[in-house]
Design a protein around this ligand. Structure first.
Ligand code: PAF
Length: 298
């Protein structure tokens, strides 16, 4: 199929950014909204500096009868399974699915539950936040990596998909990219959420910067055991570079806690701890952060 029709599940900041980008670059694009949404189309607005760009996108809900051939999932990690199961009957056999979601452990479960789907994973450093529903500030241009372990040649749909953003690359070693993102998130997200600080404070305050070092050492040991020695060796400088590059940001976990929302801790630190346990590695620092975040989130 030359011109796939993309359905986007999860109309948060990243979902809207990609839905808008796909439509803008000429792909037919539909938003999948919650049951009960009555609108048949919605304006998606992206603000970039002084520029504003709007596209009206068609909308379906899980009660519709569409046949979905290409699905981009951009929900919160904890919503993936219920969101996919709500539209499962709409998904064609071999439907291409890109899971562009924070955290790890979700694609394995999706493959088990839906063996007839063609599942790929992705990670992005695009910076976007909602100003209001489907009205998004594109705060910083980043890089998106899509792939499936061992698939070296991108599938035919990728070329058009990649036009949705400025930098979207195929990554045959996507597992490393996903692990690296998770490892960085294991350090920055829980610390900023527990101390209620912007990312940059982790470098500025001595007591926090020594916690960054201690946590990096623990995450690096687990990364090494999981087969990601390169990531382990570079973890501290990588984390410091992300902190410097996102110094003014409030991490996604801090924002979730501030808004009283569920966090993605189980798919970040929780996933890391499952791997640590499998390898018999003690990770007391991560354990205690997991407990504190779960406690905060109650
Ligand atoms: O989750 C986040 O907020 C981001 O992944 C990161 C890198 C921690 C920057 O804020």
């Amino acid at each position: 199929m030359d011109k796939p029709h993309w359905h986007v599940l999860g109309a948060g900041a990243i979902g809207c950014l990609f839905a808008h980008g796909l439509r803008h670059s000429g792909s037919e694009t539909t938003l999948i909204m919650r049951r009960g949404t009555t609108a048949r189309s919605l304006p998606v607005v992206i603000e970039r500096g002084t520029q504003r760009c709007e596209h009206h996108l068609p909308v379906i809900t899980p009660d519709d009868t569409a046949a979905i051939s290409h699905l981009l999932i951009t929900t919160k990690a904890y919503d993936v399974h219920s969101a996919v199961s709500s539209i499962a009957r709409l998904l064609r056999d071999n439907c291409v699915v890109i899971l562009l979601v924070n955290g790890l452990g979700l694609s394995e479960k999706l493959r088990e539950d839906y063996p007839h789907l063609d599942i790929f994973c992705g990670t992005t450093t695009e910076g976007a936040y909602p100003l209001s529903e489907q009205h998004i500030q594109h705060a910083g241009r980043g890089e998106t990596r899509i792939g499936r372990a061992g698939v070296v040649t991108p599938p035919a749909w990728f070329e058009r998909f990649s036009r949705a953003t400025d930098t979207c690359v195929w990554d045959a070693e996507i597992d490393s990219a996903l692990w690296s993102k998770m490892a960085v998130n294991c350090v920055i997200n829980p610390l900023t959420a527990v101390y209620g600080c912007r990312n940059g404070e982790l470098a500025r305050r001595d007591e926090l910067s020594s916690q960054v070092e201690a946590l990096c050492a623990e995450v690096a040991a687990i990364s090494r055991a999981a087969g990601f020695a390169n990531i382990a060796g570079q973890l501290l400088p990588t984390v410091r570079a992300v902190i410097a590059g996102t110094a003014d940001n409030r991490s996604s976990m801090l924002q979730d806690i501030e808004r009283g929302r569920q966090t993605e801790i189980d798919y970040i630190t929780g996933y890391l701890l499952q791997v640590a346990e499998r390898h018999g590695i003690a990770a007391p620092y991560n354990q205690s952060l997991l407990k504190r975040i779960r406690h905060h989130a109650q």
